[in-house]
Ligand binder design. Structure first.
Ligand code: NIG
Ligand code: FE
Length: 387
């Protein structure tokens, strides 16, 4: 038996449907018809179908697609608040801090990791995120990486094997042997639990040559490719991502003109992570430059204990608008449809007919309030379709 629910009384509905007005496909005084977890129709409330099982009134609020957070590291143990505090007192961020979370994660029980993850998932939902990716990368042994991916897989289909996050201390003298482990037994154990493979391609982590090898090994096992690159300085990671037709290259803080041109001519999304620059006191990436060049841009939280311990997509939107040259419409698009493109998903990130009925009712009359009222909890209700 199918079930039809009409959400009506929507003051402003953001659909991202080109059939509706402007870049965000906005309908005023709108309604949305959901049947069995899918959007079937959107339009003016006055024209809404009336033969439905249930009518819900949004009371004039704005409704937007659920956020798609395409980059998180949510399974970990420990805390690095002291590192953050020291950084705010002038210490620089370095990739090496990852190792302290690796030690704490290895020491944590599966039960601890699972209950912590459940709290993060609740935190995401409360802030309007309905689709999220989770990476491994704080285990760095065959057993620990497999454990993190299994746990991630309990809460999302968007799981990413990041065994190549940093070289763990026990391989410090022989990083090449660690690359062998990642591309051999670790990939064997992790590939069945992962949709994606990722590498931290950066000075202090993995070289472009090592990254190419690791990503190619993952791709040959059917994993989709994504990459962390140009976070701490310029490098060849963006070119590598484009060469491998990665779904996304993430961070993109330090880009050369050649990087921007390569991205513009590719189907690789540039995923920008404003929480990182906020929490590491680095310069923000120049989103305007990317958008003007025709690059597809996503925003994500990168929620992790080291470089960006926020799970809030509204916070990322507010920072991107204020500091990265994005319009409010561009930032909201990047946090929804952009995230979906970065995960090569067509069923989320918008509210066109056929989409999953994942939406957020805001405690605000307009989506503009997401940037206009930074730090204010504006999510009245997150609706996540469970097909
Ligand atoms: O995306 N860049 C690499 N990985 C994380 C940082 C992880 C950490 O510092 O623990 C990131 O920023
Ligand atoms: Fe990351």
């Amino acid at each position: 038996m199918s079930r039809a629910t009409l959400l009506t009384g929507i003051g402003e509905l953001v659909t991202l449907d080109p059939e509706h007005a402007g870049p965000l496909g906005i309908v005023a005084d709108a309604a949305l018809l959901e049947v069995d977890g899918r959007v079937v129709w959107t339009g003016p409330a006055s024209a809404a179908p009336r033969d439905v099982d249930e009518v819900v009134d949004a009371g004039g609020a704005a409704v937007i697609p659920g956020f798609v957070d395409s980059h998180t590291h949510l399974v970990f143990g420990g805390d690095r608040s002291a590192e953050f505090e020291a950084r705010m007192a002038g210490r620089p961020y370095s990739a090496g801090g990852i190792r302290s979370t690796v030690a704490a994660t290895r020491a944590a029980s599966e039960g601890e990791l699972r209950s912590r993850l459940a709290r993060f998932v609740a935190e995401l939902e409360a802030q309007g995120t309905t689709t999220f990716e989770i990476k491994s990368g704080y285990g760095l042994t065959v057993e620990d990486e497999e454990r993190l991916l299994r746990l991630a897989g309990e809460v999302t289909d968007e799981t990413t094997f990041l065994g190549a996050h940093v070289v763990p201390p026990e391989y410090a003298e022989d990083p090449q042997a660690y690359v062998e482990l990642v591309t051999g037994p670790m990939l064997d154990a992790c590939a069945p639990h992962a949709r994606w493979i990722d590498v931290f391609c950066e000075s202090g982590a993995f070289t472009v040559e090592q990254s190419r090898r690791i990503l190619a090994a993952g791709a040959s096992r059917g994993l989709g490719v994504r990459l962390h690159a140009s976070q701490l300085g310029p490098g060849d990671g963006v070119a590598l991502a484009v060469e491998l037709d990665a779904a996304s290259v993430d961070h993109c803080t330090y880009l050369t003109d050649a990087d921007v041109a390569a991205l513009a001519g590719s189907s690789t999304v540039a995923t920008l992570l404003p929480g990182v620059e906020f929490s590491t006191r680095q310069p923000y990436p120049d989103a305007r430059r990317l958008i003007e060049a025709g690059v597809r841009v996503a925003l994500a939280s990168d929620c992790n204990p080291g470089s960006s311990f926020t799970s809030s997509m509204p916070f990322c939107i507010a920072v991107a608008v204020r500091e990265m040259g994005m319009t409010v419409a561009e930032a909201l698009r990047a946090a929804t449809l952009g995230g979906a493109e970065a995960l090569r998903r067509t069923d989320v990130g918008h509210l066109r007919p056929g989409a999953r009925a994942d939406y957020v009712v805001l405690d605000a009359p307009s989506h503009v309030h997401l940037a206009y009222r930074p730090g204010v909890p504006l999510v009245a209700r997150t609706h996540r379709a469970r097909p």
